[in-house]
Design a protein. Structure first.
Length: 99
């Protein structure tokens, strides 16, 4: 028996989103992107007191979870919230959190 045999697809998606949001830097990025259309990775690195490589790892985690999307505009990358998945995450968390 594996974990996927006892959990629902919904529970797995909640866990995937929760894992991606499990660091304050990622929450900061999501909060910022949910309030504006997009931003560039260079702008984020100016705002956050972390190494660019660390920021890249956080952005990759959010992108892998489908919460953000990136578009290369050489030499920078423009990041935006993935509106469809962001809405899904909000809808999944509401009943889970009882709100």
């Amino acid at each position: 028996m594996n974990i996927k045999s006892v959990t629902t697809e919904k529970q797995q998606r909640i866990a995937r989103y929760a894992k991606a949001m499990g660091h304050p830097v990622r929450v900061y990025v999501l909060d910022l992107l949910s309030r504006q259309s997009c931003c560039y990775s260079g702008d984020l690195s100016d705002d956050l007191p972390i190494a660019k490589s660390t920021l890249s790892q956080h952005l990759k985690e959010l992108k892998d979870a489908g919460l953000i999307q990136g578009e290369i505009e050489a030499p920078r990358i423009k990041y935006c919230i993935n509106k469809e998945n962001w809405e899904e995450a909000k809808q999944l968390f509401k009943p889970f959190l009882g709100i």
